[in-house]
Design a protein around this ligand. Structure first.
Ligand SMILES: NC(=O)c1ccc[n+]([C@@H]2O[C@H](COP(=O)([O-])OP(=O)(O)OC[C@H]3O[C@@H](n4cnc5c(N)ncnc54)[C@H](O)[C@@H]3O)[C@@H](O)[C@H]2O)c1
Length: 334
């Protein structure tokens, strides 16, 4: 990918929830995009969905040109021959190792030797997936968050065979897409975000399962405590604000009380057994009628825009640049 440039053609393989949204992010960043539908019958609905998302991106002020400009740079296809000129290919098919293997083999058979293949897997180790491609050193985890065109999160993860230089190139690409990429040099299970979030999910589900709290109260606490600071600061900056003495006391007293279970919480097994898909089919941990599910989905779309703007207003870079000390420090280094 030595000829990497903002408008180089890129491909996304798999056009479900995340794939479609990643397509929009890449189009908005200036790339011509080949969007590959790997299953029959997906092409037309995916095109419609991507155009709808582009409209949402436009309404949110994320597109610098008119909608048509981006639609013209989009090609939705079922034909792997069309990804031949793409030097970056983002795989985004279902979380199934056998299906991902089959997809990688098709991608690798059609792209140039210097193409980078990236997986959006949330949970399968990159080291295992890269065994399926002929150039594993050019294979990397690129984990996005939904909606991909409106979130700054991006985890770049190396497998054991990934060339660090390639991963660093992908980090630079991620920055050009307006992301705040992190680079994980070692392929740890769950990467960073899922390790943090599953610790929270486990504790919350256990508290509810034990009858110590309700779903609604656990949500309320998370929303109005963590939610009141988390877009500005992460875990460690928060600690710097709070001081350390209380943390020490809580570590001593509380850690031994927290769940360290390794089974799947019963409530989750029940949801899957009942084919509950939450707001998407109105069967979830909460109950929804059609209007309520729609209202939550619409609120999330509006909220994404607001939070994106709020995070821009408080970006680390802006905060640092506003501080005279940093300016002096910068000047003294010149
Ligand atoms: N949904 C999220 O918020 C999220 C977040 C981060 C990572 N991911 C990861 O992204 C990937 C895709 O997730 P999603 O939520 O978009 O899933 P999805 O179910 O919405 O879409 C999956 C896509 O996989 C493809 N596919 C399905 N069956 C296939 C087959 N037999 N052969 C080839 N392709 C097939 C189709 O294009 C389908 O649209 C997964 O690896 C998932 O873990 C999802």
């Amino acid at each position: 990918m030595n000829n990497a440039r903002p408008n180089m053609p890129v491909a996304v393989v798999g056009l479900g929830l995340m794939g479609s949204s990643i397509v929009v992010s890449l189009l908005a960043s200036g790339h011509p995009v080949i969007a590959l539908a790997p299953v029959p019958g997906e092409k037309e609905p995916a095109l419609q969905h991507i155009v709808d998302l582009l409209r949402h991106a436009e309404a949110s002020g994320l597109l610098v040109k008119g909608l048509n400009h981006y639609v013209q740079r989009l090609r939705v296809t079922e034909d792997y021959n069309e990804i031949a000129a793409c030097h970056f290919v983002q795989e985004c098919v279902i979380e199934d190792k056998a299906i991902k293997k089959m997809v990688y083999q098709k991608i690798a058979a059609h792209v140039a030797d210097d193409a980078i293949i990236a997986s959006n897997t949330s949970a399968i180790p990159i080291s295992e997936l890269q065994e399926f491609v002929p150039a594993p050193h050019r294979f990397v985890g690129v984990h996005w968050a939904e909606p991909a065109y409106m979130t700054r999160f991006m985890e770049v993860t190396c497998g054991t065979a990934t060339d660090l230089g390639i991963a660093e190139q992908v980090v630079q690409l991620g920055k050009s897409w307006g992301k705040e990429p992190t680079l994980l040099r070692k392929d740890i299970r769950g990467f960073i975000t899922n390790r943090l979030m599953y610790a929270v999910y486990r504790e919350a589900l256990t508290l509810v399962e034990n009858g110590d709290t309700t779903l609604a109260d656990a949500d309320k606490v998370f929303r109005y405590d963590v939610g009141s600071w988390v877009t500005l600061m992460g875990v460690f900056r928060r600690m710097d604000f709070m001081g350390f003495g209380d943390y020490i006391t809580s570590f001593e007293r509380l850690l031994k009380e927290l769940s360290n279970r390794s089974d799947v919480p019963r409530q989750m097994s029940r949801m899957v057994a009942e084919d509950a898909k939450g707001v998407h089919n109105r069967r979830g941990l909460y109950t929804y009628n059609e209007e309520q599910a729609k209202a939550w989905e619409e609120a999330f779309a509006r909220f994404n825009k607001d939070i994106y703007e709020l995070a821009s207003k408080y970006s680390e870079q802006q905060l640092i640049e506003a501080i005279p000390y940093y300016e002096e420090n910068k000047l003294s280094k010149i």
